[in-house]
Design a protein around this ligand. Sequence first.
Ligand code: ADP
Length: 414
Amino acid sequence: MRRWHDLVLAAKEDFAAIMTAEAGKPLAEARGEFLSGVQSIEWFAEEAKRVEGETLTHPIPGKKAFTLRSPVGVVGSITPWNFPFSMITRKVSPAIAAGCTVVLKPSELTPLSALALAELAQRAGIPDGVLNVVVGGAREIGGTILDSDVVRKIGFTGSTRVGRLLMEGAAPTVKRVSLELGGNAPFVVFEDVDVAKAAKLVVASSLRNSGQTCICTNRVLVHESVHDALAEALVEECRKIVVGDGFDANTTQGPLINAAGRDKVEAQIADGFRRGARVLTGGKRPEFPEGSPLNNGYFYEPTVVVDAPVDSDLFRVESFGPVTPLFKFKTEEEAVALANGTEFGLAAYVATNDLSRALRLADSIETGMLGINEAAITSYVAPFGGVKHSGLGREHSKHGIAEYLDMKTVVIGL
Ligand code: ADP
């Protein structure tokens, strides 16, 4: 794993170029994903040294007991297109570190980073058969993985819809599942903050990867007294964004992944319009110079929306696009109720300088991860995962490897 890490690290610019080519993200974002992904390999290579059992104090004299950890067995890893590199390393690395073998099915939209990772695993001397990549039809490959009794574990990141299918499909053979599913993250902005600073955090979280991350802010919940000021500051931030070709050094926002991704965003905005929402900036496809090949891309302008009701798709549905809708609240209680008014619970964010309030919200918001005055919450040291319909299990941290380990209890009669 250490050699694999070193070979991958040396190929930084190649991986960044592959990610930009297959997912459209700007090179700077691809390099960011690279850093996060390669660190997962190193972290879990280290964690391999810390797979530990426990010695237990048995209540009956003359008995001793301890636990052993063992690899769960063959793992099926199914990964999405939004992070074609780091979603793989955060699943495959803990699996291999735990002693498992892996059948990896990357997204059919972005299979290239997976193949490059596998090539370097082979060059690093990871034995044949330990990391296997299968590309092609999702249902066929997914079905084969699910039906196999040899596969003992599914590690998945993707939609809640497919997560449910996998959970169902895992039931007949009682496989373990780790599922990172959809989100609908609130960003709660209180009246005591510097609005310009809060706007930067909201934009960083809402528009990362063109809004195509499961922890992107989807709903800005803002105290009514700073609503208009925050909206204005967000518009200002959005106007700094340059939409275009990911290989162009000036570009700060790439396209959406495909036509279906853009259709979803456009339907959400149309639903908002029907219900009285107002677009302050964006709300349409950008126009590139006539004849530019970029006009064939699935681009969408960074968009700020106000006045959408809470029963609109802008509140209820994860947009997975560069859309930042604002919703007003009057009291902290109302803010918490709005934040929790979703079946999802992956990430949430709060901006406030009131420590007591921040700690109350850390208790009351139903979420797997919470950023307080912080938009970048992902790190290999920090457990990553959700509650409610956002999934099961945790990636990264010391908990990440436990997902790939079984526990055996041994009791000895002396
Ligand atoms: P997204 O909305 O991020 O595209 P999906 O859940 O559709 O999320 O896809 C995530 C991963 O799940 C991809 O690798 C995709 O090919 C895979 N996938 C989609 N449908 C199935 C299925 N029926 N069985 C197994 N894997 C699937």
